[in-house]
Design a protein around this ligand. Structure first.
Ligand code: PEP
Length: 257
């Protein structure tokens, strides 16, 4: 059985004080929930990692970075390494988010290097894949998913693939309020799982968690979570408020697979 995972991507939001306030509120709301059934991950901006880490210390909530560089240390001004994320208390790291692919030149090749660096540093990579609106409209969704998954995972063996979470994030649904329908999400998740089965075998593919991301809100999480190949959510906008993120986590937990 795959454990549900709900992660909040805070993007370029929250000062240190705001991040502490948000994580304190989430601790109050989520401290007592059954963490056997769910992994909860908060991904604040780099500047707030250490402060949030202190708030959630020894709780059922994990910390994640929003990106990393693949070299542990060196003359790479402005970059943050896996070693540094680990040091700041992270267990997870988002890799290949569409905003990084769109605005910061992320490619399958850099995604691949980052996945390997994350694994070396014992961080669980949350690897984002997904199509643009024009690619969906041109009937190319599966081609894009194949390209992102196959090329992003080049050289990742059967042992390491089990350490990875995939996030299917249709770019047209991110921050737009336009969610993929549960049927559209399931279709893409099933395609990704079938592809993973071809690459690694069915038994391994059945163990890999695939999250959905794209305008997830308290009022759509239940129908999404009911889909058989959907194992959680990567939440942007709705993770910035205590109530909406807590509600998403609690409603996801209600959907027992
Ligand atoms: C995201 O940042 O990965 C995301 C899915 O954002 P939103 O929930 O705001 O669409």
């Amino acid at each position: 059985m795959r454990k549900t995972i709900i992660a909040g991507n805070w993007k370029l939001y929250k000062t240190i004080n705001e991040a502490i306030e948000l994580s304190n509120g989430l601790m109050r709301d989520l401290f007592k929930i059954d963490s056997q059934g769910i992994d909860i991950v908060l991904c604040p901006p780099f500047t707030a990692l250490s402060s949030v880490s202190e708030v959630i210390l020894e709780s059922n909530i994990y910390l994640g970075g929003q990106d990393l560089y693949w070299v542990d240390e060196g003359a790479f001004t402005g970059e943050i390494s896996g070693k540094m994320l680990k040091d700041a208390g992270c267990s997870f790291v988002i890799i290949g988010h569409s905003e990084r692919r769109q605005f910061f030149g992320e490619t399958n090749e850099t995604v691949n290097k980052k996945i390997k660096a994350a694994i070396v540093n014992s961080l669980t990579p949350i690897v984002c894949v997904g199509e643009l609106l024009k690619e969906r409209e041109a009937g190319k969704t599966f081609d894009v998913l194949k390209d992102h998954v196959q090329n992003g995972l080049t050289g990742i063996d059967k042992e390491d693939i089990l350490k990875i979470v995939i996030a299917y994030e249709p770019v047209w649904a991110i921050g737009t309020g336009k969610t993929a329908t549960p049927v559209q999400a399931q279709e893409a998740h099933k395609y990704i799982r079938d592809l993973l089965a071809k690459l690694y075998g069915q038994d391994i593919a059945d163990q890999i968690r695939i999250q959905y991301g794209g305008s997830v809100k308290p009022d759509n999480i239940v129908e999404l979570m009911k889909q058989p190949d959907l194992d959680g959510a990567l939440v942007g906008g709705a993770s910035l408020q205590i109530n909406s993120f807590s509600e998403i986590v609690k409603k996801a937990l209600e959907v027992i697979k």
